[in-house]
Structure formats: C-alpha cells, structure tokens
Design a binder for this molecule. Structure first.
Ligand SMILES: CC(C)(COP(=O)(O)OP(=O)(O)OC[C@H]1O[C@@H](n2cnc3c(N)ncnc32)[C@H](O)[C@@H]1OP(=O)(O)O)[C@@H](O)C(=O)NCCC(=O)NCCS
Length: 341
C-alpha cells in the first residue's frame, strides 16, 4: 500500500516553465516504462513530444522533488474537448511514483475545471492499472471504462496455424480456413487512396458503440478522419505499416466494407490500431479473415508479437481476438467527463 501523499513534499509548476532539455531524462525513463510494460518502443513518440514541449504549446504540470524534476502531465485541447495525453512520475525520494502522478492529475483536473469552454475531458493512461486513480476519476462526474491491452505471441499463432492446416488436410477441421475472401469481395493491402473511405467506414462502424463514448472522434466523419490521420500519417502511435494493413472492398461497387490497420511499435512488435467491418457485413467471418491476413503478413515479415487494445465490454471483438490466441497483458481505464450529456 502506498502512503497518502503529502503535498508539501513536492512542488508542482506549470509545464511551460521547462525546456525539452530539462524534461528529456524523465521522458527517457518513461520510454523505458513503455517498453517494459507494453512492449512499445516509445522513443519516436518521445522525440515528437519533446518538440512540442520545446515550443511550449502543451498545457500541463511538472512535479519537483527539492528542485529535481520527477513527474509531468500534459493535455491537448481540441475545441470543447481536452485530452489528458499523459501523466508519468518516477524517482521522488520519499513518495510513491503513482502518488506523485495522482497529485499531478489533481492539478490537471483543477486547471481543466477552470478553463472556459472545456465541456469534455478524455484520458487513457495506459501505463497505470485500472482503478489506480479511481478516487479522482470518480462517478458521477467521470464515466470509467475498463480496457484491455492484449498481446499475441506470433510463434504460438504459427504453431496453431500449422496444427489447423494438418487437421484440414485430414478433412477434420471444424471450420474451413477463411483465408480467401468471398467471391463478391476483394482483399488487398492498404493504399493511400483508401483514406477517405476508411474514415467513412470508421464513422459508420462505431455508431452506437461504446468506443464512441470513450473517443468522441468516432462520433463524426470529420473526427474519424482525424483519428485516421493520427494513425496513418502521424508517428504518434507507432509507424503505420501499409503492407500489414488490409482492406475488403465490394467488387461490384468498390465500397469499403472492412479493414484492419497495423503499426510498428517495436523492432518485432506490431500494434493493431483498428479493425472494423461494416454493420451489414458482420457475422460472415470477415473480421476473422482480416485479422488472419494481418497476422500472417506480420509473421512472414519476422514480427514476433502483435498487440492491441479493446474495451472490456466489447465482447464480439474480444472473442475474435481470443480465437487467435491474444491474451491479456494489462488492464487499464479510459476516463470520460462530458458535461453536455
Ligand atoms: C469486431 C468486428 C470487427 C468483428 O467482425 P465480424 O466480421 O462480424 O466477425 P466475424 O464474423 O469474423 O466473427 C469472428 C468471431 O468474432 C466473434 N463475434 C463476431 N460477432 C459476434 C457477436 N455478434 N457476438 C459474439 N461474438 C461475435 C465470434 O467469436 C466470431 O467467431 P465465431 O463465428 O466462430 O463464433 C465487428 O463486430 C466490428 O466491426 N465491430 C465494431 C468495431 C469494433 O468493435 N472493432 C474492434 C475494436 S477493438
């Protein structure tokens, strides 16, 4: 059990007082935590973040232990919405790291409460266990959605595939391998021209979905395109890999009806950033086909692990992932405050 934090043991100052050079050692420690806990090589995100920090455009706070930086948090504003992008602390001489983080988050929430025009706050602090900040992200102000970070050991998946093809050669496989697309659909790897229709597919796929309550970018076409922009064109969430990302299009109309998107987050680690199938096409094995094609292409390219995140209550998706041998590595929370509801 960590002790109750004593606020006087730390000083909390505005993030914009600090240069990238001063913050770099802390961010490098954070990159180590991402690698150890979630298998992510966070260094490209660190460099990007340091550029933003240097230009003093991020709002947030820094925690100091007798003058030495030991934690930070920042947020970004998108119109009426603030996203708490990160909170991390390490190395305070007498306080627990997550207690320091909690103090930073309390400052952040206080600041956001007093920022005119902010009606919504979203945050997913992936490095922390679900429930860790339950005291400050509490109902009825916040809605908290437990989410899972899953990983799939691709060599285990290779062994399962081999066993399945042996069974199918003997004619005893329960389910035919759905490696080929149905005749009316074309499966191919991602192309730049898929961008607009992918935004439309994301928007349509998440209507009424819990993930649209967690991330309100899903609630509009404009937001869905922004979400895609962050994944496909921006190195914030790993490096997008077109050759391991797959789309399914209707041959006759050319309409996009499903896709899986994948980024490289480590030398041999990939992260599936999106998988969705249009509502009218669900339950036909297309989600399975997309995931299978994605994992097989990763295997062929020498990847060892695939990871993804899923909202715990998204049973359809969770069952699909479990079929491919994905297991839980971590459970964390998504927190949402929306005063417009
Ligand atoms: C998750 C999703 C991609 C599945 O696509 P799909 O084409 O319907 O899935 P499939 O037909 O290939 O089904 C594969 C497996 O998923 C699970 N599944 C699919 N639909 C399900 C349902 N309605 N209820 C329970 N399990 C379901 C089953 O395990 C199924 O295997 P089975 O048929 O052997 O039981 C689709 O539901 C979707 O786009 N959902 C909205 C977006 C989303 O949630 N994405 C995942 C975010 S992490």
């Amino acid at each position: 059990m960590s002790s109750v934090p004593v606020a006087s043991e730390i000083e909390v100052l505005d993030l914009r007082h600090f240069s990238a050079r001063q913050l770099r050692p802390l961010l490098e420690r954070e990159a180590e935590a991402w690698r150890d806990r979630l298998l992510w090589d966070y260094r490209s995100s660190t460099e990007l973040l340091l550029q933003y920090l240097e230009s003093r455009i991020l709002s947030g706070f820094v925690a100091l232990d007798r003058g030495r930086i030991c934690g930070y948090t920042f947020c970004v504003f998108e119109g009426y919405k603030a996203i708490i992008g990160d909170a991390f602390a390490v190395g305070h001489r007498s306080m627990d790291d997550s207690d320091v983080t909690q103090i930073l988050l309390i400052h952040m929430l206080e600041m956001l409460r007093n920022t005119p025009g902010v009606d919504r706050v979203e945050s997913q602090l992936l490095l922390f266990d679900a429930g860790r900040f339950a005291r400050i992200f509490a109902e009825p102000v916040f809605t908290v959605y437990p989410r899972l970070f899953l990983e799939c050991n691709l060599s285990g998946y290779r062994a399962a595939l081999a066993a399945r093809s042996r069974l199918s050669a003997q004619g005893s496989a329960q389910q035919a391998d759905s490696r080929e697309a149905p005749a009316d659909l074309e499966l191919r790897s991602w192309e730049a021209m898929d961008y607009q229709s992918a935004g439309e597919l994301v928007y349509a796929s998440y209507i009424g979905h819990t993930d649209a309550q967690i991330n309100d970018q899903y609630c509009s076409l404009h937001g869905s395109l922004r979400f895609l922009h962050n994944i496909v064109r921006f190195p914030g969430c790993g490096v997008f890999e077109a050759s391991f990302s797959w789309t399914l299009r209707e041959r006759r109309s050319g309409a996009l009806v499903g896709m899986v998107l994948c980024s490289r987050v480590g030398v041999k680690v990939a992260h599936i950033t999106q998988i969705c199938v249009a509502q009218d096409y669900r339950g036909r094995g297309l989600g399975r086909l997309l995931l299978q094609r994605c994992l097989e292409s990763l295997l062929r390219a020498g990847f060892e692990t695939a990871t993804l995140t899923v909202t715990e209550e998204n049973e359809q998706a969770l069952r699909l992932y479990q079929q491919f041998g994905f297991v839980q590595r971590h459970r964390f929370d998504a927190m949402v405050l929306d005063t417009r509801r």
